[in-house]
Design a protein around this ligand. Structure first.
Ligand code: HEC
Length: 107
């Protein structure tokens, strides 16, 4: 029993190592593609924070997978009084890549 638990964690760890470089790849072009810059660009629209400001705010989560995941869930869930379809219609995988990009400094 114990052995299989260890094996499982090791394979989860390995999968993480293999997926990490994928997650950080070309996410700024993904953000362009997904229309995020329409509201979060250098001249943000309405009360949308610029990605520059968001990445400063998200920096605290760097290296903390649970905190990063929490941000992904918040983005997908949306605000109770303010629906932003561009957020809520993201696939979990795309949302994860975009949040990871922000947490890593939005470069
Ligand atoms: C129609 C305009 C619009 C578009 C398009 C848009 N956003 Fe937003 N976004 C907002 C606004 C407005 C807020 C501030 C909402 C709030 O925090 O109450 C926000 C907040 C955020 C936040 C902060 C959420 C938090 O926890 O405070 C993140 C992260 C974010 N957007 C990511 C994205 C990404 C990634 C995309 C592209 C898929 C995107 N947004 C597209 C308007 C937009």
């Amino acid at each position: 029993m114990k052995h299989s638990t260890v094996t499982r964690w090791v394979s989860i760890g390995l999968a993480g190592l293999l997926l990490a470089p994928l997650a950080s790849q070309a996410s700024s072009s993904l953000a362009v593609e997904m229309g995020c810059y329409n509201c979060h660009g250098a001249y943000p629209r309405g009360d949308a924070p610029s990605f520059e400001r968001l990445s400063v705010r998200f920096e605290k989560r760097r290296g903390d997978a649970a905190a990063e995941q929490h941000a992904v869930e918040e983005l997908l869930r949306g605000e109770p009084l303010q629906h932003i379809p561009a957020h809520e219609h993201l696939s979990p995988e795309t949302a994860q890549r975009l949040i990871h990009w922000l947490v890593e400094g939005a470069k």
